[in-house]
Write a protein that binds this ligand. Structure first.
Ligand code: ADP
Ligand code: ZN
Ligand code: ZN
Length: 736
C-alpha cells in the first residue's frame, strides 16, 4: 500500500444552513482541532454564509483544486463544545433532519450572521502578583477602606464596580492608584446579565416526601439517571427543583431547567433569583430580543450563568459545566418543536443527560403516558409526591353536573351558578374553564345546516362578537360577521357552542355586580397584560375568571376555591387517540388551581357522561389508575408507546399532488421486517391556509428498526421528484 501523504492544508467540514444532508468542504489553512465548533464565514455560490466547523480532515473526497477557502474564523464567542455537537448530531440522525440546519438553528440569530458580534463589557479589576504579595502593613495605617478592598480582592478574581462600590464608594480612586503602582490591573468582563433586584428568601423545611425525593436524586449526581417526579398539584415540586439546583451549584456545576411556556419564565426566574441572589441566571426563550438572547446564551456558554431557565430551545444551550437537567411540566406539548428540526425537548433532554452522564428530572402532576410507561418499565425511576406541601391543603373535591337532567342555559347549569354565587358571597374567586376563545366556535343556520367555514382551511370560522368578526384560528383569516345565511337567506343565524366571550356575557348577566376577568389569547395579546392580570387576580381584584388553558398552567391563586368546567366532553369522542390523555391532564391541572391555600377547593364539571371512567378516575385523583387504563387500551389497539411511529407529511396546492408524492414515497420504501407502512391519507385537518395536506404513517414495535428504515428511506426520498410539494418527516409525532 502506498503511504498517504498528508496534505499541507487541512479541509474543514462546515455545517451550513442548507437543507441537504451533508457538510461542505473548505480549505482551512491554519485551522486546528481546537477550532472545531467555531463559526466561520465561507463563500457559497455567489454569496457568503456563516457556518460551523464540524470537523477537520486531511483530504476531501471532492476535487481539492475546486475547494474554496474559509474566509474568516470568528473567535468572538466560545466554540460549540464536542458534547453539544454530539447532541446535535444525534438530533439530526434521530429526527432525520439535515445536520447543517440543525446546528445553525441551535445558535442565536445574531451568531448566524456574517458579522462579528458586539459584546457589552464591564470594567473589572484584579490584583496583579505584586498586589497579591502585599500585606496590610504596606498600606497607609489609617486606611480601613483600602484594607477592606485588599481583603476582598485577595481572592485573585476580577471584581466589577458593582462589587467594589459595596465595599467602598470611593474605590475608583484607590484602584486607579493601585493600577499605577502595578498592584492591580484593569480588565474587561462581559457585563452581568441585567436583572432587577428581588428580596432574598430562605428555603422552607422540606416535607418528608420532598426530602426523600431530594436525597434520592442527590445520590445520582455525576451519573446518568432519569427520574420521573410525579407530584400532585401543590406538592411542592418547585421546592425540590430548588434544592437539586443548590446541589448542582455546590458541585460547581450548571443546572438547566426547561419550562413549557414563555409566560412561566419570569415567574420562575423570580423564584430562583430570590433563592440564589448571587448566582447569575440566564433565561432563553423565543420571545427575547436578539441582543438579550445573545447575552444570555454567552453567559451560559462561558459558564458564568450557573442556572439556565428556558423553553424548549434552551435544551441546546451551551453549558460547559452541565450537572443537572430538570424538565418541569414534562407532559406539556409545547416541548414539541413543530417545524424545521421537529424535536421533543423532553426527549432531547434525556438524551443529553445520558450523553453527559448527569441526572435528569422530569416533573409533572400528569406525566405524559410515554414517560409513565418508561417509569413502569424501569427506564426511569419513579418518585412520588402524594401530598400537598402546605399543611392542611387538600386536593379539591371533584363533582360532576349531569347536563342531561340539569340543562345548562347559555352554557351554565343552575348548580354551577349556585356554586359561583356562594363563592361571591364568601369573597372567594371562581374560575370557569372554557377550552375555546372567541364567542362561539361556529356560526350556523339552523334552517339549512350551513355553517361559516374558512375558505382556506378545513375548519369552521370562530365567531368573535366583541370584534364583530369571524376568525379562523388556524390561518388567521378574518371576515365580517354575515347577517343572513348565504345558502338559504335565513336571517336568524345562531352561534353554535361556547367560547370564553359567550360565557363571559352569560356570567355578566347573572352576576352584574361581580368583577369578571376573561383570560385568553385575545385578552392577553398586549405585552404585559397577562402579568398585570395575574397581579390583579392575586390581589383579589377579580371575582370570576373565565379562561382557556392559559389560566391552567402552573399558576397559584390563593383566593381561588371553585373551578367550573364547560364543554369537556368533546374529547371523549375525538378520533385522536391522545384526546382523552390530554383531557385528563388538563382537568387535573385546572382542578389543581382550586384551593391551593387554606380554603378547600371544589371542581364542578358539566358533562353528559357522568359515568365515563375518565371522570370517575378523575374524581378519585387517580392518575395512576387512568394511566393504567390508557396503557391497556393502547396496548390492545397497537398504539404508542407500544409502537414507534413516524409520519411523512406532504403539502401541495392540490391534494392529488400531495398524495401522488406520498405514493411515490411508499413505492420507494425499502422492505424491512417489522416495519408497517400505511397507505397515504388526507391529514385530519386536510386543508390549512390554502394548502392541501396528506400524510403517510410508518410504524414499528421497536425503535431501532424504525430508525434503520427511516435512514434508508430518507436517501430515497431526497432523490424523488417533489415538484410543487413540500414534505417533511415527523418522528414520534404527537398528532397524526
Ligand atoms: P407544584 O409545582 O408541585 O404544583 P408548588 O411547587 O407550586 O407545587 O408548591 C405549592 C405550594 O407549596 C407553594 O405555595 C409552595 O411555596 C409551597 N411549599 C412547597 N414546599 C413547601 C414546604 N416544604 N413547606 C411549606 N410550603 C411549601
Ligand atoms: Zn341557511
Ligand atoms: Zn383558515
Amino acid at each position: 500500500m502506498l503511504p498517504i501523504t498528508p496534505s499541507a492544508t487541512p479541509i474543514a467540514q462546515i455545517a451550513l444552513d442548507i437543507p441537504v444532508s451533508r457538510l461542505f468542504d473548505y480549505l482551512a489553512p491554519g485551522l486546528t482541532r481546537q477550532d472545531i465548533g467555531l463559526r466561520v464565514r465561507v463563500p457559497f455560490g455567489r454569496k457568503e454564509m456563516v457556518g460551523v466547523v464540524m470537523g477537520l480532515i486531511p483530504d476531501s473526497s471532492h476535487d481539492k483544486h475546486k475547494l474554496k477557502p474559509v474566509l474568516e474564523i470568528y473567535r468572538d464567542a466560545p466554540a460549540l463544545s464536542t458534547e453539544l455537537l454530539r447532541l446535535l448530531n444525534f438530533c439530526s440522525d434521530y429526527y432525520h433532519y439535515p445536520l447543517g440546519p440543525t446546528v445553525m438553528a441551535a445558535l442565536p440569530t445574531t451568531l448566524r450572521r456574517s458579522q462579528p458580534i458586539q459584546i457589552k463589557l464591564a470594567h473589572a479589576w484584579q490584583l496583579t502578583s505584586a498586589g497579591l504579595a502585599l500585606s496590610a502593613n504596606d498600606l497607609p495605617s489609617h486606611a480601613p477602606a483600602q484594607r477592606a478592598l485588599l481583603d476582598t480582592m485577595r481572592d485573585g478574581l476580577a471584581h466589577t464596580g458593582a462589587t467594589l462600590t459595596a465595599i467602598c464608594r470611593g474605590y475608583r480612586g484607590i484602584v486607579k492608584t493601585w493600577v499605577e503602582r502595578g498592584w492591580a490591573a484593569q480588565i474587561n468582563l462581559p457585563a452581568r446579565l441585567h436583572a432587577p433586584p428581588v428580596a432574598a428568601d430562605t428555603a422552607p423545611q422540606l416535607t418528608p416526601a420532598q426530602q426523600d425525593a431530594v436525597t434520592q436524586i442527590n445520590a445520582a449526581f455525576t451519573k446518568y439517571q432519569a427520574f420521573l417526579l410525579h407530584g400532585i398539584t401543590g406538592s411542592g415540586k418547585t421546592e425540590v427543583y430548588l434544592h437539586l439546583v443548590a446541589s448542582a451549584l455546590d458541585r460547581g456545576g450548571q443546572a438547566l431547567l426547561l419550562v413549557p411556556e414563555i409566560n412561566l419564565t419570569p415567574q420562575l426566574t423570580g423564584v430562583f433569583r430570590a433563592r440564589f441572589p448571587h448566582i447569575e441566571i440566564a433565561t432563553l426563550h423565543s420571545g427575547m430580543a436578539e441582543g438579550e438572547r445573545l447575552a444570555h446564551w454567552l453567559a451560559a456558554a462561558e459558564g458564568r450563568a450557573r442556572i439556565v431557565l428556558g423553553t424548549r430551545l434552551a435544551v441546546f444551550a451551551p453549558l460547559p459545566h452541565l450537572a443537572l437537567i430538570i424538565v418541569d411540566e414534562e407532559h406539556d406539548s409545547s416541548f414539541l418543536q413543530q417545524d424545521g428540526l421537529r424535536y421533543a425537548a423532553r426527549d432531547v433532554a434525556v438524551v443529553r443527560a445520558q450523553q453527559q452522564g448527569v441526572p435528569v428530572v422530569l416533573g409533572s402532576a400528569t406525566p405524559a403516558l410515554e414517560s409513565w410507561y418508561n417509569a413502569q418499565n424501569g427506564r426511569y425511576t419513579l418518585i412520588r409526591l402524594d401530598q400537598r406541601a402546605i399543611a392542611n391543603a387538600r386536593l379539591p373535591a371533584i363533582n360532576l353536573i349531569d347536563t342531561r337532567s340539569s340543562k345548562p342555559e347559555e352554557g351554565l347549569s343552575v348548580s354551577l351558578l349556585a356554586a359561583i354565587r356562594s363563592r361571591l358571597a364568601a369573597g372567594q374567586q371562581s374560575l370557569i374553564f372554557v377550552n375555546r376563545r372567541g364567542y362561539s366556535p361556529a356560526l350556523m343556520c339552523f334552517e339549512c345546516g350551513w355553517g361559516a367555514a374558512c375558505a382556506r382551511c378545513s375548519a369552521k370560522l370562530v365567531l368573535h362578537l366583541r370584534e364583530r368578526q369571524l376568525r379562523c384560528h388556524h390561518c388567521g383569516h378574518v371576515e365580517p360577521v354575515v347577517h343572513a345565511c348565504p345558502a338559504c337567506g335565513n336571517i336568524d343565524l345562531k352561534p353554535g357552542g361556547f367560547g370564553t366571550q359567550r360565557i363571559e356575557d352569560a356570567l355578566t348577566r347573572h352576576f352584574p355586580e361581580a368583577r369578571i376577568l376573561r383570560v385568553d389569547r385575545d385578552s392577553t395579546r398586549k405585552k404585559n397584560s397577562w402579568p398585570d392580570m395575574q397581579r390583579a387576580i392575586h390581589k383579589g381584584e377579580a371575582d370570576i375568571l373565565v379562561g382557556t388553558q392559559l389560566l391552567v398552567k402552573g399558576h397559584d391563586f390563593p383566593k381561588l376555591t371553585l373551578v367550573g368546567v364547560i364543554n369537556a366532553d368533546s374529547a371523549l369522542y375525538s378520533p385522536d387517540f391522545r384526546a382523552t390523555e390530554r383531557l385528563f391532564a388538563q382537568l387535573m391541572q385546572v382542578g389543581g388551581r382550586a384551593g391551593r391555600a387554606s380554603d378547600a377547593g371544589e371542581v364542578l364539571i358539566q358533562t353528559q357522561f357522568p359515568d365515563h371512567h375518565l371522570y370517575r378516575l378523575l374524581q378519585r385523583h387517580d392518575y395512576a389508575g387512568f394511566a393504567a387504563s390508557l396503557l391497556a387500551e393502547r396496548a390492545a389497539a397497537g398504539f404508542p408507546p407500544f409502537v414507534h411511529q413516524a409520519v411523512l407529511r406532504a403539502e401541495a396546492g392540490k391534494l392529488d399532488t400531495a398524495l401522488a408524492f406520498l405514493r411515490q414515497a411508499q413505492g420507494a420504501a425499502p422492505h424491512m421486517a417489522g416495519i408497517t407502512l400505511f397507505d397515504p391519507t388526507q391529514a385530519s385537518m386536510a386543508r390549512k391556509a390554502g394548502v392541501e395536506r396528506a400524510l403517510l404513517l410508518v410504524q414499528s414495535p421497536t425503535r431501532k428498526p424504525l430508525q434503520t428504515f427511516l435512514s434508508a428511506w430518507m436517501l430515497q426520498l431526497y432523490a424523488l421528484k417533489a415538484n410543487n410539494v413540500r414534505w417533511n418527516l415527523d418522528v414520534d409525532p404527537l398528532e397524526i
